[in-house]
Design a protein around this ligand. Sequence first.
Ligand code: ADP
Length: 775
Amino acid sequence: RIGTAALAVQVVGSNWPKPHYTLLVTGLCRFQILQLLKEKPYPVAEVEQLDRLEQFTNQHKSEEELGELSEQFYKYAVQLVEMLDMSVPAVAKLRRLLDNLPREALPDILTSIIRTSNQEKLQILDAVRLEERFKMTIPLLVRQIEGLKLLQKTRKPKQDDDKRVVAIRPNRRISHIPSTTEDDDEEEDHDDVVMLEKKIRTSSMSEQALKVCLKEIKRLKKMPQSMPEYALTRNYLELMVELPWSKSTKDRLEIRAARILLDNDHYAMEKLKKRVLEYLAVRQLKNNLKGPILCFVGPPGVGKTSVGRSIAKTLGREFHRIALGGVCDQSDIRGHRRTYVGSMPGRIINGLKTVGVNNPVFLLDEVDKLGKSLQGDPAAALLEVLDPEQNHSFTDHYLNVAFDLSQVLFIATANTTATIPPALLDRMEIIQVPGYTQEEKIEIAHRHLIPKQLEQHGLTPQQIQIPQVTTLDIITRYTREAGVRSLDRKLGAICRAVAVKVAEGQHKETKPDRAEVGEGEDCKEHVTEDAKTESISDTADLALPPEMPILIDFHALKDILGPPMYEAEVSERLSQPGVAIGLAWTPLGGEIMFVEASRMDGEGQLTLTGQLGDVMKESAHLAISWLRSNAKRYQLTNASGSFDLLDNTDIHLHFPAGAVTKDGPSAGVTIVTCLASLFSGRLVCSDVAMTGEITLRGLVLPVGGIKDKVLAAHRAGLKRIIIPQRNEKDLEEIAVNVRQDLTFVMASCLDEVLNAAFDGGFAVKPRVERLTSKL
Ligand code: ADP
């Protein structure tokens, strides 16, 4: 029941990484508790001061009585302090204190700096009588002096260092000497450090890493906890212990099971699944991972990420996704050096820490969206990660020791290869994942998306029914995409609306007083218009749970998702000459693109609008040149009937969706067709779309992205598609049912294109040669 009164002078510390505070107090005196007044929220007691009471009045007496004892104590104290390193300011100050302070204050101060257990220190504090205190402290001093002597003898050469170490170690904060309260926390932290050291020694880290860690822990032991570096070093060591240096999962790969799993998880995408199986088969036969890195390239929402996840599942490995979109600092990959405040390891090492094994599947998402900045090129850092020759000794700047990444299976995804740095592209095997056809989307929706959404919203098939026609409606009128992501979102919206309905029904069921009658007829109507908010409130009085299952038909769809967002606009726009439909490829899949042209009086200038790249502009110039040189053949004239098309005429070509940058040669044939329509005054067939590069001689050259383009034309409801002859082979990739809906025209020269684009052909007018006699 004895305590020390003290004055808090300073509180330092932080809540990070865990709450840790250091309290600096000045000790005043001992006291004794007379009566405890209250315990909560903190104890309050009546106390009685025990010492330093009459120190001034009784000084004489006490000194006389204890003269010998205090003299003896003083001698030991001086001897001890002089053995310490005087160049440390705190020690020099201590030496001065010995002379200046009253003797009775000395036992407390010296006890606080010598190396002894907290238990013994508390005993000194408990000793109220000065005589007792002197008597108890002297043996401690002697013990410390003997210890120091022994140390100095054994380690003579490095004397200075040792002194310093000894001086600092007993109480890690020697600068706080006079009155530092030592609590159990410090002991605990010390224990933590010891534990950490034990963990480091028992962990299976590489030899190099072990060496570094042991060095760091040595430093940590000497460091005051309030130093920012303490937390930093500790975090570092904890990370090193946590990293899976040699912990791995066992691969369980069976190709047959893998095939079933891939098929179960994903509908369609046959080419991708086949390649993935090949890849896995090679893994099974040859048990090392030095192979190409697979990179899935395709529009968003076609399942690239989820195939990655399935691969991890088939292999029985951990899966971790690293999003690289927008990363423009190489330290995101490789970590920050530990000298920075707030430094941390890169995403690779962080990922390994998260999964806790050294052979996970890492999905590098969106490698095409890596940025570049002054902080270095993250793509260059990725090169090291992905190169099987180098990545067994990947060095993260934060770790500063090599970590073996060779067991990690990397898979990358991208929307386009165009923006992937060439060196990175070189290390990867590209697998194209094209968009889905409408039929495939319906199947995916019914096999995968709807069941998943129902589960997420706590619904059952007995409560909601979405027929295939509704799905088709959603696909054609509410979404326009290559993948299935916004389809998934729309289905989610439907499920939410139905969930409200179902929950409301349940609620009403539990309220018997309100549950009463409605006409059967009204109820039925309510089922079809189930999600209309007004109808919900209108019919709320009916207080009958809606009939199950709630059928989502066209009306319900309109209520939930609003009016359709996309309507077929094709035929309407081709009602005047000078418009043609081209097919474009974008990272988001194929798209149809209207090309519009108009002419006006002028000086033969060509104006192009709609955010075009250089290649596209060149295509436009090519098209005009070709038409001018063939004007007579096709009977193309300007407004005043001249075959010189640009005579007194300006031409304006526009590519709508002006906010999107467009480039590439594949619009060549579309521009020619559009201009031919303008100059001939004839309409282009409204169900024809085309793509192909042109040359000055009127040849049609092959282009890329045929599958995506054809799917886009199919989505838009077009019927005839003109593609370059040499792209015929690409049609094999397209599903049979899509091919059946469409007519393909293979064109090798512009004559064929024009013939196919106009109703009744665009035949070369046979020149009526009129013989004129010269006689
Ligand atoms: P990406 O990575 O290509 O942008 P995701 O892998 O995130 O696309 O796929 C979006 C969603 O679509 C996922 O929920 C996925 O399960 C689903 N999905 C896409 N393609 C298929 C498919 N062929 N079969 C089943 N589900 C699919």
